[in-house]
Design a protein around this ligand. Structure first.
Ligand SMILES: NC(=O)c1ccc[n+]([C@@H]2O[C@H](COP(=O)([O-])OP(=O)(O)OC[C@H]3O[C@@H](n4cnc5c(N)ncnc54)[C@H](O)[C@@H]3O)[C@@H](O)[C@H]2O)c1
Length: 377
């Protein structure tokens, strides 16, 4: 173990997530150099000062080309992961990329191909995999304790404050749908829990848009996947819950039935409730977002990355990030989603959107080109 080289880490995107991961990197002994990039110079320079980073630039290409860099975190806005990821793959760096891998299925396929051609270790930020409750479920299903999965149901409910924050920096919101942006987390979770036998061969979905159309997106998408072995899975998300809803961000329910048992997961965060005369604001507070809301009841722990105590974030994103540092430093096997899984997730979330758009059941797999042609038609 002696004389092991400390790693150089580049973080592209210094917003909410880049800041969380950067603060953890500062404390990881195996990281000896941190460089930052963001097109928002004020935000990036502030993070540099706060974590004592070594370098900042507004040009991610300049950062990724630095000789100190061994690994890259791509934490740019949801629709701008592709260019920095391709640059990092080209440079042969290990990567952690925020979800979704891309917002265009053809670009996602291009990113995956570049990662595979470069032979680099790249993971995607499906943070909820790092929670004890989901890890134990994964283990129980993997070891056969509910037999073969026959039917599963997922219900994700989100406060509309979250998508309001998500779309604020762009006007091109065609593919910033509930499934692509947020349902991807619960879709990844369910497919990961169900394991390799869960191979979708068709999807039938419906969407509705009433209140979220003013933001250029949809309210909800509900769908049913059929698997190769005949199992069925109902995947549902609505991200249009009112601002006053006590769950500040994400609430989830998952039921998975097998031939020998069942696992029922309640993850709506109704187990830790605050009621107060003091008004509670949004849990997700990115730069430039103001949401006028007064909430007096709060389901605590509903912000997926975790919660702040003593000025630091505690929870799944801490576990995920520190475990990734162990992965890149010690070459440890970890439960992170691979780039291939990230690509699969984008394909399936977009397939739900296409089925909803056409009103027809869609056979899977589908090519990225056919998917995008249908969505762009
Ligand atoms: N895993 C999770 O639980 C979780 C939670 C929230 C967000 N996310 C994902 O993390 C990513 C970042 O989200 P966020 O909440 O930090 O958003 P944010 O808006 O706070 O930060 C994104 C930053 O990226 C910068 N940026 C955009 N394009 C850039 C470019 N080309 N070069 C350099 N900088 C660029 C923006 O200026 C902004 O500062 C998104 O993909 C989001 O979907 C994941």
């Amino acid at each position: 173990m002696a004389n092991r080289k400390q790693l150089g880490l580049a973080i592209v995107g210094c917003g909410v997530v880049g800041r969380i991961r950067g603060a953890l990197a500062k404390d990881f002994p195996g990281i000896g150099w941190i460089g930052l990039a963001d097109i928002n110079e004020r935000l990036g320079r502030q993070l540099k000062e706060d974590i004592g980073a070594d370098f900042f630039t507004t040009d991610f290409n300049e950062l990724i080309a630095r000789p100190e860099v061994d690994a890259v975190i791509v934490a740019t806005s949801t629709w701008s992961h592709v260019e920095p990821t391709l640059a990092a793959a080209d440079a042969g760096h290990m990567m952690m990329i925020e979800k979704p891998l891309a917002t265009d299925a053809r670009e996602s396929a291009q990113v995956l191909a570049a990662i595979e051609a470069a032979g680099v270790d790249a993971v995607v930020g499906y943070t909820q995999r790092f929670r004890r409750r989901f890890l134990v479920v994964k283990e129980r299903i993997r070891t056969g304790q509910i037999g073969d999965v026959t039917a599963a149901v997922t219900r994700a409910f989100m406060n509309r404050m979250a998508p309001t924050g998500e779309v604020r920096l762009t006007q091109d919101r065609r593919f910033l749908t509930p499934m692509v942006v947020s349902g991807t987390h619960s879709l990844d979770m369910c497919l990961w829990l169900m394991g390799d036998a869960a191979r979708p061969v068709s999807i039938f979905a419906r969407s509705t848009e009433k209140v979220m159309s003013e933001l250029g997106t949809k309210d909800a998408t509900f769908g049913v996947f059929t698997m190769e072995d005949g199992a069925i899975w109902s995947m549902n998300i609505c991200w249009a819950l009112p601002r006053e809803w006590p769950g500040a961000v994400y609430g989830l329910e998952i039921g998975i039935v097998g031939t020998k048992g069942v696992i029922d997961i309640e993850d709506t965060h109704r187990d830790v409730i605050l009621a107060t005369e003091m008004p509670q604001g949004p849990a997700y507070n990115p730069d430039g977002l103001t949401i006028d809301v007064e909430r007096n009841v709060d389901f605590l722990t509903s912000f997926p990355p975790g919660d702040v105590h003593g000025g630091e974030l505690w929870g799944p994103m801490r576990e995920e990030t520190n475990t990734w540092f162990q992965r890149i430093y010690n070459k440890k096997e970890t439960p992170h989603a691979t780039a291939a899984e990230g690509h699969r997730n984008l394909m399936l979330t977009m397939a739900m959107d296409l089925s909803a758009k056409t009103g027809r059941e869609l056979e899977l797999p589908i090519s990225p080109e056919a998917l995008m042609a249908g969505l762009e038609a």
